[in-house]
Design a protein. Sequence first.
Length: 58
Amino acid sequence: MLAVGLTTVIGFLLGLIMVLHRSIWPAVMAHGFFDATTFALLPWVMDFLRDAPKLLGH
């Protein structure tokens, strides 16, 4: 459910960028930046999720 909400928000923001700039290219760049950031942070997120039970005391 979280993924659907995040996808909706990102889609709305990218659409807003397109409308405000009257061009698809700023939205394309923003989408690429979002994807690159997500890809770069993926190892950190996976480590956190693997260690979460220890950190939370479970």
